[in-house]
Write a protein of this length. Sequence first.
Length: 114
Amino acid sequence: VQLQASGGGLVQAGGSLRLSCAASGSISSIITMGWYRRTPENPRDLVASITSGNTNYADSVKDRFTISRDSYKNTVYLQMNSLKPEDTAIYYCNIINRIGSAYWGQGTLVTVSS
């Protein structure tokens, strides 16, 4: 199983970015897709996840970020608006399949300048 993340980059505060993560390989039915981020202070924080259309967000990104999923393409997206410098992190996508196996993408760097 491979997860290919893309869409990171440098953006000014208040700007937007859209992350994508496509899963490929021998995937059993995907139950949950999500995004985590890593900073020097926090090794792994959940940003957002989606399970059967139900979404979950960290308090710090509610009303700014939107997670969505294309089940046919096994792809998860994270639309990030009103970005803040504290959103600077490496973002990792994650999937969990129906047998409970978890897979991680390689990470994509998001840098928000003030």
